[in-house]
Design a protein around this ligand. Structure first.
Ligand code: COA
Length: 166
């Protein structure tokens, strides 16, 4: 029998996960029965945190959110969508500047797999300027990342960058 529960896949690099990402997960939880937050690999990025670390961070910050699980995938997003039995991909749109890249990726994914639909969710405007790259830079240079990263993972993120900027 076909599973009537609707699963959605929220892929990203999450290096590290930010308050903006969590905001998107919370919105997805209200729309879908199951949300799989999946650490994928962007070949243009060299992450600071390992896949296992990023998954552990995500598990911590999503532990109280109903229907949310954490996974990783190594190949194409369209294959992961199929493997996880998801009906759509979630992507966050922070600002108009995200649109072109996201639009291109959504259309390419649909070209690769016709059933691959992308649902865009807008995080609260208060998170529109947050990015993992900026958080890593602030951390490396000894700034306070506390306002941008979920409190559960702040100690781990701070520890990783301790002394890095000197
Ligand atoms: N709050 C804060 N930041 C957010 C955000 C939000 N709500 N939504 C996105 N971002 C930021 C991320 O922090 C990240 O910032 P950074 O570039 O400074 O690190 C940036 O926006 C976008 O990164 P991310 O969401 O992690 O996606 P990505 O562009 O790195 O893509 C994959 C990651 C895994 C989805 C993508 O590479 C992929 O699909 N890989 C599989 C291979 C594949 O299928 N390729 C073909 C794709 S067409």
């Amino acid at each position: 029998m076909k599973d009537s529960l609707r699963t959605v896949l929220y892929p990203g690099t999450f290096d590290p996960v930010t308050n903006g990402h969590v905001d998107v997960v919370r919105r997805a939880v209200r729309l879908f029965d199951r949300v799989i937050v999946a650490v994928g690999s962007n070949t243009a990025k060299a992450p600071v945190f390992t896949v296992a670390e990023r998954m552990a961070h995500l598990r911590l910050v999503c532990r109280d959110l109903p229907g949310v699980s954490v996974a990783s995938f190594g190949g194409l997003l369209t294959d992961a969508l199929h493997d996880f039995g998801a009906v759509a991909v979630i992507r966050g749109l922070r600002a108009v500047s995200d649109f072109e890249y996201e639009f291109q990726m959504a259309l390419m994914n649909r070209e690769l797999a016709a059933e691959c639909e992308t649902v865009f969710l807008m995080p609260s405007p208060g998170f529109s300027f947050v990015s993992s790259t900026m958080i890593r830079e602030i951390g490396r240079l000894g700034g306070d990342i506390g306002a941008f990263v979920p409190p559960e993972i702040c100690p781990q993120v701070r520890e990783r960058f301790a002394g890095a900027g000197s």
